[in-house]
Design a protein around this ligand. Structure first.
Ligand code: 5RP
Length: 264
């Protein structure tokens, strides 16, 4: 791996643990001002000290992220469809790698929609972005998006989608946790991080997902709603960090959550 590529990867994935807690705040690019992310600056600021990477679009980066904050940026560079459409798969590349370099991003992220009407378009978008990214030493993350079809998230489908993302050159893949997640990990030659998906009922559910994903071989999370939609986002991200970086149990993470509820 070239120095620039390697340096960018190790800014996001902490060399001490080989793991990463990425904070996903890129939802507005198709969801608009979704609840608790209406003012991205307000949501993100208290969480930055606990995030190994911050995932945003260039609009949020320019307008809501202080350039003095010391956090690597994972720049969302695909889009073109809104939540009002039934089919969310019709995405294009919306931000160039040159712009990502100008914004000092550590990596660029693009969704792929395997098995949808726009499968080929999204995969060719990824391949083109990888070509451009390799030229500049910029790692590309493939995101195995399922649009509104959340029921698609099983090991067979996710293993297929992750493997295709890696084969097309993604240096890291973001996917969903599922039963038999180790099968998804085994089929992927690149590191996997998991999203959280819609807000879950309890903190224990979230910590259990993170714990199980790590046990099965994920290298971390790229999680949004289950952190910042919680009433105590800082307590939540601290619990998640303990699991990802220190191998804490679900019980220990819950204890950390309870102890930190007052912090935000
Ligand atoms: C938005 C995304 C999100 O970054 C991803 O889904 C992670 O966020 P969450 O944990 O809220 O699912 O890709 O399109």
């Amino acid at each position: 791996m070239d120095w620039g590529m390697s340096n960018r990867m190790s800014r996001m994935i902490k060399p001490e643990s080989g793991h990463s807690v990425m904070l996903a705040c890129d939802h507005g690019y198709f969801m608009g001002p979704t609840r608790k992310l209406e003012d991205p600056h307000k949501t993100i600021e208290p969480l930055v000290p606990y995030a190994d990477t911050l995932a945003v679009t260039r609009g949020v980066l320019r307008n809501s992220v202080d350039p003095k904050w010391d956090v690597p940026i994972l720049l969302r560079v695909s889009g073109g469809v809104s939540i009002l459409k039934d089919d969310l798969s019709d995405e294009e590349i919306t931000t160039s790698i040159k712009e990502a370099v100008r914004l000092n991003a550590a990596a660029a992220a693009i969704s792929i929609f395997v098995g949808t009407a726009h499968e080929k378009q999204s995969l060719v978008n990824l391949a083109r972005l990888v070509d451009e990214g390799e030229e500049y030493g910029m790692p590309i993350m493939a995101i195995t998006a399922v649009g509104k079809e959340l029921e698609k998230r099983d090991a067979k489908y996710l293993a297929l989608a992750c493997r295709i993302g890696a084969e097309l050159g993604a240096r890291i893949v973001k996917t969903y946790y599922c039963d038999n997640f180790s099968k998804v990990v085994e089929g992927s030659p690149v590191p996997l991080v998991v999203a959280g998906g819609p807000k879950m009922d309890t903190e224990e559910d979230v910590f259990q997902l993170v714990y199980s994903a790590m046990e099965a071989g994920a290298i971390g999370v790229d999680m949004g709603r289950n952190i910042w939609k919680n009433d105590y986002p800082v307590a939540m991200i601290k619990g998640i960090r303990a699991i990802v970086h220190e191998g804490a149990t679900v019980k220990e993470a819950l204890q950390i959550y309870r102890e930190n509820k007052g912090t935000h």
